[in-house]
Design a protein around this ligand. Sequence first.
Ligand code: GP9
Ligand code: MN
Length: 678
Amino acid sequence: MKKKLVSIKNKIINYNYKEYINTSIMFLTFIFSNLINLYLVRFFTVKNYFDIKPIIADIAILLFIGAFAYIFKPKNRFKYFMVWSIILTAICLIDSIYYTFYMSFSSISLLATSTQVVDVADALVKNVIKVKDFVYLWQPILLICVHRHLKKKEYYGKIQKVERRKKRAINTLIFASVMAGIFIISLTSLEIGRFNKQWNREYIVSKFGLLTYHINDAVKSLEPKFSTLFGYDQAYKEFREYYDNRATGLSNNEYTNIFSGKNVIMIHTESMQRTSMETSFNGLEVTPNLNRLASEGMYFDNFYSQVSVGTSSDTEFTVSTSLLPVNNGTVFISYFNRTYIAFPKLMHDKGYYTFSMHGNNGSFWNRQVMHKNLGYERFYSKADYDIDEEVGLGLSDKSFFRQSTKIISDIKNSKNQPFFATLIMLSNHTPFDDVEKYGDYDVTMKYKTTNELGEEVEEIAPYLEGTSLGNYFKSSHYADEAIGEFIQELDEAGILDNTILVFYGDHDGRLPKKEYNLMYNYDPTTNSVLDKDNPDYDEFDYYDYELNRSVPLIIWSKDMKGTKYNTKVHTAMGMYDVLPTVGNMLGVYSPYQLGHDIFSLNGDNLVPFPNGNWLTNKVYYNNSKEEYLPLTTEPIDNEYIKKNSEEAEKMLKVSNNTVVFDLIEKDNENKEKDNTGE
Ligand code: GP9
Ligand code: MN
């Protein structure tokens, strides 16, 4: 082994590089010129100037492409390089124009299925094409010039005699693989996760390079095609059977239509966990505003988000459709062109004006496409806001709310109809490290102790200062302050008078279990976790963590305090119950809703999670271990576990098939056929 390594090392040292360069002019021109173009795209768009990772990824892919040029004799190679150069330059050019227009990158599936191509043509008219978009054309021009020059010097004939094509091809492939290996090793698990779920196109181009992005995009756009190849008939049969056995329609309880005709503002409260609402440091609450709203309104304090890899977007999907995330990929990315019955659409059909607002790029999670599909008539995204202050992931929540209030006020005054709005917050987002901007909320612990003189004194222990959990609470405090200001702004603009606000935490903050263990088992005297033998030590285990992921759901209006609707509901509830429950209060429902109206339950409410776990008031069930944590003292029999496990599995399956096979669309078509008697 050692010998082999030494021989490889010697080969590398003694290799005749000069000869290699002299005989590879065309190949090297192709690689370097395209590398420069790909760098230029990042330079002009995502402005990632110094990251080495996307450069390594680009080199690896270009080398793979270049290696196959050795199939051809030197004199015929130009055509191969030229074809690739045209493709690569076209990608750079299209993406450059696309970015100026959409602040994002083109996507095969979107170009193939939406009207965006037309929009790009529009861009020509609107003059958004800039000179810099054409800068990439130098590459094929250079290639032609180099080729002509070499031809004149009869270069190709000369190198044909000395070049060993097969060896060159293999060596190039090996080098490309080494570069790809280095690239993959350099990635963090967060980057890999975001790559897999195509989190945000800008992020992927910035971290992985333009070519990796396009390859990923192409694979992602093929995925839905493969998943629909088999099983449609069976899926539709099960779908019909499932919904035929479920009651549909409004629930008809004391909440039906109570908010009919009122304006609705849904507030997607980024990463807000119920823990934040229930935590105080030195007597100061993390979220005093949310706590006040909860105490004055309808507060659901056993509520869970049901996200998969699509995080924020999965909640937007679940809350709107009462369906669950798909088991492979993300609905917003891969199944944006299916038919859905969604909350905004239902409200629109009721005569509401529907719109959504978010301070981030419209292409993030493919929202600009998917929000339209869900029934929002207008999506206000980054381009509609002045990015005058940034906290966390982008535009600060405070500025976002301030600017949104103005827009909402204009809408209220100009439209002669009620509105349904969804506002997606942004600042309280992992990694919660924008600490200086969160304000001066501190997460220390004051405690009493006795000094050497035996006197009682107050000391301060650092507690959660410097931990990501501590930073999360600071960030949550900032988001809560923004909410407080928002309520005040809405009130001043007269918007609160006929409006209900619905707050939902979109998912938990995904913080390390270890830090919760520190939080709940903290010994201020040693500034560390209590000893495991200490009688006060109570390990924060798997189930504690899962239950702790609960998020708030609050329905609030200015005049709710003290009325019969000013209640606390402790029934276990999931994000998919929002449409059935809140929709009922507004007089809408979807015939395909999987969730339940929490005020018209028939037995225990079941909250299935995409990983197969499920929860009721009585049990938290861990699917992978096939075990559960009882949540009451009531005895639990096997039948209860079996029945709920089967139902959870069924719901996940029906939901997945509904999305993947576009069954709502198929169902509509079939019903139409029945009606016309075809
Ligand atoms: C992106 C924001 C965050 O615009 O909504 O998405 P997440 O990472 O929470 O899914
Ligand atoms: Mn989120």
